[in-house]
Design a protein around this ligand. Structure first.
Ligand SMILES: [Mg+2]
Length: 270
């Protein structure tokens, strides 16, 4: 399969990503992180909301690309589905530990959920001892959120390291913005995006990935290897080649992308 090559040189310094060229021979595929990218953070992951404007932008983008929109999240796939219902798109959940393809097949890698139970129990006990620190148990990964207790960063990181160490080398620690997680090793967002890019309807397209956090860096590198458009949200060191200021800027940029692609005559759509 021929790899898509974007014929736009990345600007220097990092700046707003290009729009999808409406006359492009190679259509675009959109891979989007959720929290901190499409949605503003809330105190708890369960407290975020999807506004109707974002829902309609994603639905329009999905239609205009022939279904080449996937959500690449640290959340569980079922959680992403519930957030964006009634929209159903391909999803990589738990940083790539599970993935639902465009054909509806659900991949879980690997089936280690039982091995994680003692860790979930230990971290639940830790969160009970530290008010304001919340455990998110996603089945194949567990996260401690300390958005309300940022001063506990070192304590939380030490505890997650201790618990992960007891699990053995099949597991990895995933630090993030005011969150620290344990996820299966060998699976990350870059692997998940590469797998989507080998499948319909993503194969052969220019890959776009937008994300905000450390876990998204593997995704940026995967998209860069494919000659795609990597977009970091917010400040900070990154492998991404473009940048958007915040979640609202991402929603505006995606809105314009959807509008441009949706204006093309039906016969020319992806
Ligand atoms: Mg994020």
């Amino acid at each position: 399969m021929r790899r898509p090559v974007l014929m736009i040189a990345p600007p220097d310094p990092l700046t707003v990503p290009p729009w999808p060229p409406t006359e492009a021979a190679l259509p675009w595929a959109f891979f989007l992180d959720v929290d901190g990218t499409l949605l503003e953070f809330a105190d708890r992951p369960s407290a975020v909301r999807v506004e109707s404007e974002l829902a309609s932008t994603l639905a329009r983008l999905n239609r205009a690309t022939g279904g080449a929109v996937a959500l690449i999240s640290g959340r569980a796939v079922s959680d992403v589905d519930a957030l964006f219902a009634p929209l159903v798109v391909p999803v990589a959940g738990q940083h790539g530990a599970e993935r639902r393809s465009a054909d509806g097949r659900h991949h879980r890698y690997p089936a280690l959920a039982d091995a994680l139970r003692p860790a979930a129990k230990a971290l639940a006990a830790f969160s009970a001892r530290h008010p304001g620190v919340f455990l998110e148990d996603k089945g194949m990964s567990v996260a401690l959120h300390f958005r309300l207790r940022p001063e506990l960063q070192d304590t939380v990181t030490r505890e997650v390291s201790r618990v992960a160490g007891a699990l053995g080398s099949a597991w990895a620690i995933q630090p993030g913005v005011l969150v620290c997680e344990i996820r299966p090793g060998g699976r990350d967002k870059g692997v998940a995006i590469a797998e989507f890019l080998a499948e319909s309807p993503f194969a052969g397209r220019v890959a776009v990935f937008v994300g905000d956090d450390l876990t998204d860096e593997q995704g940026f590198r995967a998209v860069n290897r494919h000659g795609g458009v990597s977009v970091k949200v917010g400040a900070g060191e990154t492998a991404a080649r473009w940048r958007l200021a915040d979640e609202a800027a991402v929603r505006r940029w995606l809105g314009t992308c959807a509008e441009r692609l949706d204006r093309r005559p039906v016969g020319e759509r992806a």
